[in-house]
Design a protein around this ligand. Structure first.
Ligand SMILES: [Zn+2]
Length: 290
C-alpha cells in the first residue's frame, strides 16, 4: 500500500467529536470532490473507507440517513447552506466563518486531503499535494495552511489547482494538523534512516580517504626501499632497518598497526625506521639525479 493510502486509512479512524469540526470536514469533502452544476450536488468517492466516513458525516451533521450508493454521494443543494457553501453558476462561494476556529481548520484540511490529497512516499521525497477544481476552494485551503505557519506553493494547471508542501518539516506538520500521528511517526523514522545512511556515507568516505592516504605513504616507502635495494645500499644498513624494509616490501597494503602486529616491532620504532628508509631513499634519488 502507498504512503498516501496509509495516511487516508489512518485519517478515516480519527474520532471527531465536535459538531463544528464534523461540519468542517464534510464541507471540505464536498468542496474538494463535489460537482455543483446540477440540481443535486454529487461527489464521487473512490475509497470505501472515505465513502463510509462521508456517509457518517452526512448523517451526523445534516441528519441525512438516506442510503447512498457507493461510490457516489448525492445531496440536495439546499443542504449546503448549513455548511456555508453557496453554489453560484460555475463556482461556489464559501462562508469562511464556518471554518474559522483552529479545530475546524484541522478538520477541513483532513476532509480536503481525504478527497483530493496525495503524499509522496517519504523514501523518495517529501511532498504533499491537494488538488482543487475551483479557485476559491484552492485559495481557502492555502489560507488555512498559512494560518498554521506553513507556506504552501500553488500551481495552476489547465483546469485545476495544485496546492503543495515540499519539505520534511512542512509535510510532518501537515500530517499532525490532519490528525495522522502514526503516519507522522512513520515519516520521522524514514528521516532518521536517511540521516543515519548519510552519516554512514560520510564516515565511509572519510575511511576511504584515510586508506588512500595510508596507501600513498606506503607506496612512497616501497619506492624508497626499491631504490635502496637497486643501488645495493639496503644490504649495508643495520639489521633493524633491513628487517623493517623487508616487512614493508612484503606487505605494502598494511597500515602501521598491522605492520607492527606482523613484525612484533612497536609502532613508534616502525615509524621511525620507515621514515629513515624514506629519507635514505630520497638521498639516493637525489644522488642519482645529480
Ligand atoms: Zn471545530
Amino acid at each position: 500500500m502507498s504512503f498516501s493510502s496509509d495516511v487516508k486509512k489512518e485519517l478515516c479512524t480519527v474520532n471527531e467529536k465536535n459538531l463544528c469540526c464534523r461540519r468542517s470536514e464534510l464541507a471540505a469533502i464536498l468542496l474538494f470532490g463535489g460537482d455543483f452544476s446540477g440540481a443535486d450536488v454529487t461527489v464521487k468517492v473512490e475509497r470505501t473507507d472515505v465513502f463510509k466516513r462521508a456517509c457518517g458525516l452526512l448523517k451526523r451533521v445534516l441528519g441525512m440517513t438516506e442510503l447512498q450508493k457507493e461510490p457516489e454521494i448525492r445531496l440536495p443543494v439546499e443542504k449546503l447552506d448549513e455548511l456555508g457553501i453557496y453554489p453560484d453558476g460555475a463556482g461556489v462561494s464559501i462562508d469562511e466563518e464556518v471554518f474559522d476556529s483552529d479545530c475546524c481548520k484541522r478538520a477541513f484540511f483532513r476532509g480536503a486531503f481525504l478527497m483530493a490529497g496525495t503524499v509522496v512516499d517519504p523514501h523518495k521525497n517529501y511532498r504533499l499535494e491537494l488538488f482543487a477544481y475551483n479557485e476559491t476552494v484552492a485559495a481557502l485551503a492555502s489560507e488555512m495552511l498559512e494560518s498554521f505557519d506553513l507556506s504552501p506553493g500553488s500551481i495552476r494547471r489547465k483546469n485545476y489547482f495544485v496546492i503543495y508542501l515540499e519539505n520534511y518539516e512542512a509535510v510532518s506538520d501537515a500530517l499532525i494538523i490532519m490528525g495522522a500521528q502514526k503516519s507522522m511517526l512513520g515519516l520521522s523514522y524514514v528521516q532518521i534512516e536517511k540521516d543515519i545512511s548519510n552519516e554512514n556515507n560520510r564516515r565511509n568516505n572519510f575511511l576511504i580517504a584515510n586508506m588512500d592516504k595510508a596507501l600513498t605513504v606506503s607506496a612512497n616507502q616501497c619506492a624508497a626501499i626499491d631504490k635502496l635495494a637497486g643501488t645495493g645500499m639496503l644490504e649495508t644498513l643495520n639489521e633493524g632497518l633491513k628487517a623493517v624494509a623487508y616487512a614493508r616490501a612484503e606487505h605494502p597494503e598494511m597500515n602501521l598497526n598491522e605492520l607492527a602486529a606482523v613484525t612484533g616491532i612497536s609502532k613508534s620504532t616502525l615509524s621511525r625506521r620507515l621514515n629513515k628508509l624514506l629519507e635514505l631513499g630520497n638521498i639516493k634519488n637525489q644522488e642519482i639525479e645529480k
